[in-house]
Write a protein that binds this ligand. Structure first.
Ligand code: CIZ
Ligand code: SF4
Length: 319
């Protein structure tokens, strides 16, 4: 009997027809992560996504994640076509750091080296000396401190505060936050740990200090994934977007994964434990953008060249 194609099969066919590769973030839907891996793409954090897209031969990159990830891909690969399943997928850190206000902040502190997190617009990156991700922020700020540089940091206040505490660097912080990680609660985590005394606690540093303080491992999504794979413990309490549990279950089968607590639940809190913008990405969106050529990312060429500087500096540093 003639079998109807699933949406996933259709997406895989279109990726092949268009010689496109799917680059997905750990926080997107599990089906989309599987599709990326089954079609020669990658599931990764934002640093690895950017590198993979740059180095891959495909002339079309489909970036399943949020807007700054598509922009970073375009900045690094201006001659490639970069498509996103949903162009409205953004990030509270990006939204909370408008380029004009940020430029005024930089202008007011010309003596400081400008370090921005990956979760920013191309226009904000254009103003920065360095871009960092959570996997290399500590190393880069340590280096800048050793050079005697004072830092202006944007936009995540929790990540910035953590880096400041760890390095002792002189950092002036923009006051942004991730609406997902900001919801993890220290008091509730303390109670959960009491119920699971042998659990290893993994925390993304976009979380509040009261949560980070209870971590066995503070790290980027890739570092948290590695901690689950390599860890000797049976149980893991995970304080980051629960989209990552899909990949953790695949790579560390048999381990027990427990979501870190938030004060609200799905009914009362739209951003508890899962990013509403990451959730806008779906397999159907991959079909649509390839069939219609929709969701294309464009970055102004002047801004692109300016933003490329801070990204290249980071990539050279971590190479
Ligand atoms: O929270 C995010 O958006 C993260 C962790 C991005 C990244 O660096 O992978
Ligand atoms: Fe932004 Fe947080 Fe969503 Fe990541 S999880 S895209 S930091 S709002």
């Amino acid at each position: 009997s003639a079998q109807r194609k699933t949406v996933k099969q259709r997406a895989a066919e279109l990726l092949e027809q268009h010689k496109a590769v799917l680059v997905a973030h750990y926080y997107v839907d599990g089906d989309l992560q599987d599709l990326a891996l089954e079609t020669g793409g990658i599931v990764a954090d934002s640093l690895e996504m950017a590198r993979f897209g740059r180095d891959h031969a495909a002339q079309t990159l489909v970036v399943a994640g949020v807007r700054f990830m598509g922009e970073s891909a375009k900045i690094l690969s201006p001659h490639k076509r970069v498509l996103m399943p949903d162009l409205d997928a953004t990030c509270s850190l990006d939204l909370g750091c408008p380029a004009d206000e940020f430029a005024a902040f930089c202008d007011a502190h010309p003596d400081r080296t400008v370090v921005v997190y990956a979760n920013t617009s191309a226009a904000v990156k254009a103003r920065a000396d360095w871009m960092v991700t959570s996997s290399c922020a500590l190393a880069i700020v340590n280096e800048l401190k050793a050079r005697g540089e004072k830092i202006l940091w944007a936009p995540d206040k929790h990540l910035g505060g953590y880096i400041q505490q760890q390095t002792g660097a002189d950092m002036l912080l923009w006051q942004g936050a991730c609406i997902v990680h900001d919801e993890f609660k220290g008091l509730e985590l303390d109670l959960l740990r009491a119920q699971h005394p042998n659990a290893m606690v993994l925390v993304h540093p976009e979380s509040p200090a009261s949560v980070v303080a209870q971590a066995d491992v503070v790290g980027s999504t890739s570092q948290m994934l590695k901690a689950v794979i390599d860890g000797k413990a049976q149980e893991y309490i995970v304080a980051t977007d629960n989209g990552i549990l899909h990949r953790m279950r695949q790579l560390a089968p048999g381990k027990t994964l427990i979501e870190a607590p938030t004060a609200g639940n799905a009914a009362t809190c739209k951003s508890c434990a899962h990013c509403p913008w990451m959730a806008m990405n779906a397999v159907q969106g991959v079909v649509d953008c390839l069939e219609l050529g929709s969701g294309e990312i464009f970055v102004d060429e002047t801004i692109r060249q300016q933003a490329l500087g801070c990204i290249t500096r980071m990539l050279d540093f971590v190479a």
